[in-house]
Every structure is written in structure tokens, then in C-alpha cells.
Design a protein around this ligand. Structure first.
Ligand SMILES: Nc1ncnc2c1ncn2[C@@H]1O[C@H](COP(=O)(O)OP(=O)(O)OP(=O)(O)O)[C@@H](O)[C@H]1O
Length: 535
């Protein structure tokens, strides 16, 4: 694919395309557009550097290219395979160094390279060669047999890069590979990456402009999820840079206006860009390059009298290009009253209101200065105030956690209550109109029962019903006066205790014979049985 725009440099024709990104888009839940319609090509034998501010969408782009997340729209062809349909084939040729190290704590440096090389299908001899090559290139020889958990942060990064490179990965993606490395280690890693770029397509993201400038055959700058420009360092500097910088190292006695006057002879509209300490800088436009020779010769001859120790000219830095692209983008992003800062949308009114409120409360034009807590004078809170603060903090934390896990709250509380209510409604609805069958009270299961009844008065409802049943069935009834009932029954029970025990085995024939002989016993035992039948 060829990108036709003045912010995209013409693509090289002598290299194969390793990765072809085509309108790649990722929208995260909550309609957060992390990457929007990104299209560009990366070439074999080249290092393509992806630059962008925090949250620009670099990692998301890489994650889509490596199949870690699926694109919402668009696609990419990696080493000839489509990431939507041929991810296993894409992975065969892929090496990834993610932003955060993913290492096995218990494996040594050599074992890591061995493991990943074997996964990529190398034989034993080739694996041994790979181990020696990368350990040597990354200056990890003393740590060859050290377990990864004992390595320093920078060494872990080196190992992660080695893992991505080993196994002859044709496509290598390095997400901020030099983060946390000292200058010497970074340089060693740069050397290694440059040496290893032959026959590979390397995509590298970084926040270091010097790294991008030095390593990047092509540099793509992202902002707000979109690709802003793509080309070589020289192309971008020409496109976005202010031109050339004339930097002078001046002495204390240097009179800046005299130096400027000398330069004005050649460039009438020249102005001082910065004058900090002993460094004096002018910015020279590109089209003024024709006068540089004469101007610098004049400066050289008068440098001693003007108080200039030394001077030099440099092209715009990548940092300036990056700031320019970022600034342009910042202007574009203030749209429809919404400002996008690192991907978080904030309403402009909210910011204005905040500043108004803060200024009103402090009476200051710079609210942030006055609203800061003075840590040196702030005392420690103790006693009840401390306890209250902790309690309130816990409540607030609980509130926030609950607010974020509202589904859990729903499952734990609302759903059980809802189920109980539904169950009650359903059971009530099902019971409507159903009449339970009548259970007749009868003494039929008992053999020749004699029932003892005591009563306070003849009108007692239970007494009347009880007596009716017995009379209906022609049962024998014995009445006792209320006060002698207990004694009477107790006496009979004691005299026939043996029969009482036998009554437990009611179905036994022998028991029945005994029971008939000891009728008084039945009087005692039938009472609970009859009551049971009546209830
Ligand atoms: N899983 C996710 N869910 C929602 N938003 C996400 C998710 N991952 C990333 N984002 C958002 O997408 C945007 C791009 O994130 P990304 O990690 O790609 O940025 P980046 O350029 O790699 O940043 P950095 O340089 O800080 O690593 C950010 O605004 C981020 O908050």
C-alpha cells in the first residue's frame, strides 16, 4: 500500500514489505478509541520506530499485530499472513519483547533462549549457537547461568529482547526495549539491534528521541490513536523542524546584541532563540543556508572579540519534531468542548468550573499553588480524629469498590431478594382455589380403645368435638374429675408398666394379647394417640 500524503515519505522500492497495516482500529469497551484507522508499511532490513506520547496507541497497535487483542476494524498482513485469519502462521515468524518483562523466575538466561529457540523449531546445534550469539551480543556472559529472578531490571530487558530475536524471528516487535537501562547498556542493545536487522522487519517503540533518531530507518509518530506522519528522521526534521540551530558557547564578557548584529548582516530577521547560561542559540531557516558559509567565516574571525568560545550548527532534533507533531495534535483534540489528555476525556466546562471554584475559595489566580498541602507544617493526626478518618476512609473505599463492582452487589443482595419475592408470589398464586383434603378423625386403628377424658366444663369446644367422635364410633368413655385424672392414670401406669413397654411393639400378636388383658394400660397410652388423630 502506498500512502499519498505530504506527511508520509515515499516508500523504498528496493525492500520487501514485512508488515502492512491497513486501517487498523481498536475501540475498547466504553467507546474508548485507542487506535483509529492506522495505515502504514514496515520494510524488511529496516527498523521502523513508533513514537508517541503516553496513551498514543503504540502498545495497542503492537498488541493487535501480535494477536494479543483483536482489531475492531481493519487488518494487517504480517510476513504475508493476515492477522484476522492466519494468526498461527503469523506467530511462527514473530518475536515480541513486551513492555513488561515476561520471564520464568526459575529459568536461567541460557535456558530462556534455549526454550524459546526450541519453540521456534531450531535444532540442538542451532539452539546452542543462538544462546552463545545473544549472550555475547548483549554482554550477559557472566549471567549465563543466573536465574532470571536474580537479574537487574536492565538485564531482564536485555533478556526479553534476546527472546524476541532468537529462533530467527523474521518479524520482531520491541515495545520500549531500553526502558530502565543505563546509557552503556542502551548502546550495547542498539548495536545488537542494528546488527540483527538484516532479513528481519523490526518494529520498535520508544520514548527516547535519540534512540529513534539513531535506530529508525523510518519513524512513525502516533498521537491520539492516529498516525500523524511517517518517514526517515531527515524527512521528518525537514517537514516539522524549524530549520538549523546555531549554538554558541559564550564567555561571561560576551555582549549578545553585538553577536546578533553581526549575524543580522547576513540574515536581517534573525532573533535569539535561547540564552541560557553560557549557551546562546539562534534558529536559522533552511532557505538561508546559502549565506551560512560567509556568515560563519565572519563569526570565526571575530569570535574572540565577541566573546564566543565555540559554535556549531545542527539540524532540528527529533525532540522538536515530536513536540511539534504533539502540539499540532493537541490543537486538533480540543474539539466539541472535550479535551483529550492521555486518552481520558474531560469536559472543558468542568476544568473552568474547577478553576473558578478554587480561585474563589483561595482568592488566588493560581489555585494549584495555594491549594497544595504544606507537608512540612502538617502535623500527625492522632486519637479520635485518626480513628474517625480511618473509619471514613474505609467507608469511602468500600463505597468506591461497591460502585465499581455493582454487578457483584446485584448478585449478592438484589437477586436473592428478588427470588424470594418471586417464590412467594408464585406459591401464593398456585395455592389459590386448592382446598386441602379433609382428614377424618377416627379411633379405628386402635383395638377396643377406652378413652379417658377430663374437662373443666361441658361446653369446651375440644371436649365437645372429642366426645362427638367417640360417641359416633360407639367408643367407651370414662370420665374423671379434673383433679384426680393425673393420679388415677399414674396409678394405673405403675401397676401395668410392663404392658406399657410391650405397647411399643404394637403390631406384635403377643403384645396385643397382653394389651387386651391390661386394658387400663391402654387408657394411658391411647390418650396421646387419640390426640394425635384429632389434631
Ligand atoms: N484494555 C483497555 N481498556 C480500555 N482502554 C485501554 C485499554 N488498553 C489501553 N487503553 C487505552 O488506550 C489508549 C492507548 O493505550 P496504549 O497502551 O496503546 O498507549 P501507548 O502509546 O502504548 O502508551 P505508553 O507509551 O504509555 O505505553 C490509552 O488511552 C489507554 O488508556
Amino acid at each position: 500500500m502506498h500512502l499519498e500524503s505530504n506527511v508520509y515519505e515515499k516508500e523504498p522500492t528496493n525492500y520487501n514489505i514485512g508488515i502492512q497495516v491497513n486501517r487498523l482500529t481498536k475501540v475498547f469497551p466504553g467507546k474508548k478509541v485507542a487506535v483509529r484507522q492506522v495505515s502504514f508499511n514496515m520494510f524488511e532490513n529496516q527498523i521502523t520506530v513508533l513514537l508517541g506520547h503516553n496513551g498514543a496507541g503504540k502498545t495497542t497497535t503492537m498488541s493487535m499485530l501480535t494477536g494479543m487483542i483483536t482489531p475492531t476494524e481493519g487488518t494487517a498482513i504480517v510476513n504475508g499472513y493476515d492477522i484476522r485469519t492466519n494468526m498461527p502462521q503469523v506467530r511462527d515468524s514473530l518475536g515480541l519483547c513486551p513492555q513488561h518483562n515476561i520471564l520464568f523466575d526459575e529459568l536461567t538466561v541460557a535456558e530462556h533462549i534455549r526454550f524459546f529457540s526450541k519453540l521456534k523449531g531450531l535444532n540442538k546445534k542451532e539452539i546452542d549457537e543462538e544462546i552463545n550469539t545473544y549472550i555475547d551480543l548483549l554482554q550477559l556472559v557472566p549471567k549465563r547461568n543466573a536465574r532470571s529472578k536474580t537479574l537487574s531490571g536492565g538485564m531482564k530487558r536485555k533478556l526479553s529482547v534476546a527472546i524476541a530475536m532468537c529462533g530467527r524471528s523474521k518479524i520482531v516487535m520491541l515495545d520500549e526495549p531500553t526502558a530502565g537501562m543505563d546509557p552503556a547498556a542502551r548502546r550495547a542493545l542498539w548495536d545488537m539491534i542494528v546488527k540483527q536487522k538484516k532479513d528481519r522487519t523490526i518494529l520498535l517503540s520508544t520514548h527516547f528521541m535519540d534512540e529513534a533518531d539513531l535506530l529508525g530507518d523510518r519513524i512513525a509518530i502516533m498521537a491520539g490513536g492516529q498516525l500523524q506522519c511517517c518517514g526517515s528522521s531527515f524527512f521528518l526534521k525537514k517537514k516539522y523542524g524549524a530549520g538549523y540551530h546555531l549554538i554558541m558557547d559564550k564567555r561571561q564578557d560576551c555582549v549578545v546584541s553585538q553577536v546578533t548584529d553581526l549575524l543580522k548582516v547576513y540574515i536581517p530577521n534573525i532573533k535569539v532563540a535561547t540564552n541560557i547560561g553560557s549557551e546562546l542559540t539562534y534558529i536559522l531557516a533552511e532557505d538561508q543556508a546559502v549565506v551560512f558559509e560567509k556568515m560563519l567565516a565572519d563569526l570565526e574571525s571575530k569570535s574572540k572579540t565577541l566573546g564566543v568560545n565555540s559554535y556549531g550548527i545542527s539540524l532540528t532534533t527529533m525532540q522538536e519534531v515530536f513536540m511539534k507533531v504533539g502540539a499540532d495534535h493537541g490543537q486538533e483534540e480540543i474539539n466539541n468542548g472535550e479535551i483529550v489528555t492521555n486518552g481520558n476525556m474531560v469536559n472543558e466546562d468542568e476544568i473552568t468550573n474547577y478553576h473558578k471554584a478554587d480561585s474563589a475559595s483561595t482568592g488566588s489566580a493560581h489555585p494549584s499553588d495555594n491549594s497544595r498541602i504544606n507537608i512540612t507544617t502538617a502535623g500527625f493526626v492522632t486519637g479520635f480524629t485518626l480513628w474517625r478518618n480511618q473509619f471514613v476512609a474505609m467507608l469511602m473505599k468500600k463505597f468506591r469498590v461497591t460502585q465499581r463492582n455493582w454487578i457483584l452487589l446485584l448478585i449478592q443482595n438484589v437477586i436473592p431478594i428478588a427470588f424470594i419475592v418471586i417464590t412467594m408470589i408464585v406459591s401464593r398464586m398456585m395455592n389459590i382455589g386448592i382446598e386441602l383434603p379433609r382428614i377424618d378423625s377416627t379411633l379405628d386403628p386402635f383395638i377396643d380403645p377406652i378413652t379417658t377424658i377430663t374437662r373443666d366444663n361441658e361446653d369446651n369446644t375440644y371436649y365437645v368435638q372429642y366426645r362427638n367422635i367417640l360417641e359416633r364410633e360407639n367408643r367407651e368413655i370414662r370420665h374423671f374429675p379434673t383433679d384426680s385424672m393425673t393420679n388415677n392414670m399414674l396409678n394405673q401406669f405403675l401397676s401395668t408398666i410392663l404392658c406399657g413397654v410391650i405397647l411399643e411393639h404394637y403390631a406384635n400378636n403377643f403384645s396385643l394379647v397382653l394389651l387386651r388383658r391390661c386394658r387400663s394400660c391402654i387408657e394411658l397410652y391411647e390418650r396421646p394417640l387419640i390426640n394425635q388423630n384429632l389434631s
